[in-house]
Design a protein around this ligand. Sequence first.
Ligand SMILES: Nc1ncnc2c1ncn2[C@@H]1O[C@H](COP(=O)(O)OP(=O)(O)OP(=O)(O)O)[C@@H](O)[C@H]1O
Length: 545
Amino acid sequence: MRIVDCIKWLWMTSRGFRGAIAVNGIIGVMHVGVSLLFVYVCKHLIDIVTRHSADNLTWYVGAMIVCMGMQLLLSVVSARMGSSLDIRFRNELRYRLFCRVMESKWAGKEVMHTGDMLNRMGEDVLTVTGAVCRSLPALLTTVVQLGGAWFFLHQLDKRLAWILLLVMPVALLLSKSYVRKMRRLTKEIRATDSRVQSHLQENLQHRVLIRTLEYTSCANQTLSVLQEGLQNKVMERTNFSVFSRLMVQTGFAVGYATAFLWGLYGMYGGTVTFGMMTAFLQLVSQVQRPMVDLSRQIPAFVQVFTSVERLQELAALDVEKKGKSHKMEGKLGVRLEKVCFAYSDGERKVMDNFSCNFAPGSLTAIVGETGVGKSTLIRLMLALLQPDSGRVVLYNEKEEVEASPQTRCNISYVPQGNTLVSGTIRDNLLLGNPKATEEELRAALHTAVADFVLDLPEGLDTLCGELGAGLSEGQAQRIAIARGLLRPGRILILDEPSSALDSETEQLLLERLTLEVKDKTLMLITHRETIGQLCTSVIRMQKKV
Ligand SMILES: Nc1ncnc2c1ncn2[C@@H]1O[C@H](COP(=O)(O)OP(=O)(O)OP(=O)(O)O)[C@@H](O)[C@H]1O
């Protein structure tokens, strides 16, 4: 990524915050102005008491107190503003990236590991917002402080000012080879950090499975290898940056010694007053401090490029086309017309001129050997995937509409496995329909043969953990079906709805679905032939070779 592109991205991203960032920068510059004024006032005070000046002492003491008060006030305002700006910008950027990822297209699998995404939304957002809200105004202040102090010193002693400028090798930190090496090291560190986070996230999520596989010590070992790699990379960068800073700081030390000896020599010859000597030393430290700050800020800005690159990859994820939901009335059917589909990285066509019809109000079983394309068929109906050719159409008596993200509101989908989220059972059910009444919740639980919920001591307010922890697989599956029933869509797709149920409960579930769900078209993906016998139609999918 070119530096210009990085700056452009930062400029676009900081929209809405640019005014506040500028104000914070101006406050920093005012702080610099006041501190230079303070040096000027101190010089005069010392010259007055050593009788090198006949100015009014009281006036200068007053000015010194005002300067000190102003410096304190400005630093408090700037710290408060910087912190508030930083957190607001960080939240906003993370919010925007989160929305982007949530709305991004999905072609059957994620393009990045979720641990990597989390790492980018955490660490990289922190780096970028810190740089924009704190380092950038600080850089402006530093440059002004440096320029002002140098100019003031130049007024007092031209030769000393030029000597000081020449002995400070800050250019080293701005050199191309320095920036290139820092960027490479930072990129490697960020990538390794993402791998650590992915490993942590995945292993914590599947902690019990890993224990049952007796893989815990391997998982621990992998973490320690990853962390060691990260540590080595961080140390490599630290050594490089410490060496570069050492060069710069040596320059500062030489500068300070030069100014001190220069002042002493002048005082000895009578060309430098006490006031001037104090001003020299104050100004040298005012030139040196910003130089040290600069030597810290430059590596921080190099890190920003890497973080911007990583955030840009998230921000560049393709999002689904937005549009108004197209709610269709009455009983709905779905028709696939000569659909061809292959995954972009797949080895074969999953569908080749595939056609089928799910009549309005029907109860259809979708059967076929594993890997034949049943889930792919559902993804096409939900418009998560687009057919390479052919059409997927939703229809009722009045209209037929091609499947798109806008027609998704007509479909309720209950995927395989445990899909509950942490919270109460009520929270989980309301995800299906936030406006559902108590009666509707109870009715849905009844149809899904999940009445057991009402017998629990806390009933609908029973808490469950991540992925429905605290409930059995079969209980979680039935609550997920109830949630699917609550969703207003007129098509209900259940993927292996009875895989965790005993045959008696499975039978009861199918009976209730047939009798009580009158307004929906039902589709059941199943491997069980017995379920097919209870449905009004069966679609058998066959593998294409
Ligand atoms: N994201 C993907 N990228 C590439 N190939 C994929 C992807 N998802 C699925 N496939 C392949 O597409 C084919 C159909 O997969 P699909 O998940 O639709 O099968 P299925 O009939 O639902 O299987 P199961 O009964 O085991 O759930 C399989 O060969 C699978 O390997």
